[in-house]
Design a protein around this ligand. Sequence first.
Ligand code: FAD
Length: 298
Amino acid sequence: MKPAAFEYSAPVELDEALAILRQHGDEAKPLAGGQSLVAMMNLRMARFGQLVDLRRIRELRVISEQDGTLVVGAMTTQATIERDEVVYRHSPLLREATGYIAHFQIRNRGTIGGSLAHADPAAEYCAVALTLDAELEIASSGGRRRLPVDELLRFAYVTTLTPAELLVGVRLPSWGARSGFAIEEIARRRGDFALVGAAAAIALGLTGLIERVRVVLFGVGPRARRLTQLEDTLTGADPDALGIEAAADAAAATLDPIADVQATAHYRRRMAGPLAARVVRTAPARACVNADGAAGAR
Ligand code: FAD
């Protein structure tokens, strides 16, 4: 099928894009790589009178480090993230997660901003951003603001962004040298969206106990979510302690997962615990490698 007719603009300046969005209100839609939006428009699941292509706005493609925080421009493609040395050094979880996203043809065009703004419940980047306590830089013609990712994601495909706002960048704070990360997922085929996925970030204290921890599930409910009950159990614990699997299973048992043609709710609940336990086991092992000064955090 073909999309309904629409007007198209491709501004070079961010301010120009913001002015067009403000002018057209609900009728306007930002276009990143089109990997979700164009498909939805082709299927007539979405109609917009004005597409604002962000591809020519260079400042949205910049990757930088600012006072220990990695800042990734919203229009940075997944393929760039996969190869970028600064990303790898600063945020190995983001790079590891990228390998799970679709296929390289899609990663060549799909962007981090598009992925977060699209808010697919199974999107790896939503889960990674939540795991790392990311903040988002958001712009409108009225000014700029920052928002924790937890306050961006509402439900499946719904965010708190207004039609006049653009996601400009993603800020990923450093977790420090004694930290490690892991992500795992179950999908029917490599490149498919996850049926169930889990990500963890763990920072160890000087005594080797878990000082700070995030465990996030994705593909399970209407949005990526933290397992705060498990995080509370793990904080201050020995990462090698017995009982982590049981604690992860107990946390997963409280979930009310979605059921669809891909998997039942029971299956998702049953898989969530073991996956969460696996990332919780892997992340601290990588933290020890980092703390010992070995290259990389993987
Ligand atoms: P677009 O499709 O251009 O836009 C998506 C939405 O975000 C639109 O609503 C758009 O208006 C909005 N938007 C875009 N940029 C901004 C911005 N800067 N500010 C505000 N709003 C914005 N993703 C995964 O995470 N995991 C997978 O396994 C996976 N598998 C896929 C398999 C297939 C076959 C396909 C086609 C896609 C898959 N994707 C997957 C999604 C894909 O990787 C993209 O991340 C996602 O579609 C976003 O694409 P995009 O960046 O091109 O954004």
